[in-house]
Design a protein around this ligand. Structure first.
Ligand SMILES: [Zn+2]
Ligand SMILES: [Zn+2]
Length: 213
């Protein structure tokens, strides 16, 4: 069962995935997350961050006081989180202090986190940040896309570690995934939910013109 916890402003959307084990993807809205797990009477086994930006990881401090899940992030962004890299985490941009975070599981492309029936497959999608990931769940054909792609736009590439050419390649990979395996629902880091068809539409809208070098 996937429970979207939608947020606005500078908070990220978060997704609670409840199976034999429970995963939380991103943590932008801790009060709602804690209320939800209380109501469902569950713990959290995995706290997965799609990338290291403050709006996706800040809630972890509050959540970790109440639950002990294993923290997971791509190895590149995990390094920024463990160092408390103010530049890469964007804590200066958000005007806040972000303490260092220990990451228990350093993810790589091709890894997966099995929750029982549901399986979260890690796709390394650099572009918005160097260690951004998307997670694909094949049974429900869900894509948790972080800030790589939204229902109506692409992720920013002007932040530290961002790269438009990397983002282009990452989104091309998601289009291939949609053609080969099917993506029914996109669960993005911000804004409304989308579907697989949106990926190609957004790509054409933002990246489809021939690039000048
Ligand atoms: Zn971001
Ligand atoms: Zn974000």
């Amino acid at each position: 069962m996937i429970y979207p916890i939608m947020s606005s402003n500078y908070r990220s959307n978060c997704y609670l995935i409840v199976d034999k084990e429970v995963a939380l993807i991103d943590s932008g809205n801790p009060p709602t997350i804690l209320k939800k797990i209380d109501r469902l009477n569950i713990g959290i086994d995995y706290l997965i961050s799609t990338h290291c930006h403050y709006d996706h990881i800040a809630g972890l401090f509050e959540i970790r006081e109440k639950v002990d899940g294993l923290m997971a992030a791509h190895e590149i962004d995990a390094e920024a989180m463990e160092r408390g890299d103010r530049d890469k985490i964007l804590s200066d941009m958000f005007g806040v202090h972000c303490p260092k975070l220990q990451v228990d599981i350093k993810l790589k492309d091709g890894d997966s986190i099995n929750l029982g029936n549901l399986d979260l497959q890690v796709i390394h999608t650099p572009g918005h940040s160097e260690g951004s990931i998307c997670l694909y769940e094949p049974r429900s054909k869900s894509l948790f896309s972080g800030d790589t792609i939204f229902a109506d736009s692409i992720g920013r590439t002007d932040l530290p570690g961002g790269s438009l050419s990397d983002l282009r390649r990452s989104i091309e990979r998601l289009i291939r995934l949609h053609h080969e395996s099917g993506i029914k629902i996109i669960y993005p880091g911000h804004g409304p939910l989308g579907n697989g068809e949106d990926i190609e539409k957004i790509y054409k809208m933002y990246l489809g013109k021939p690039q000048k070098v």
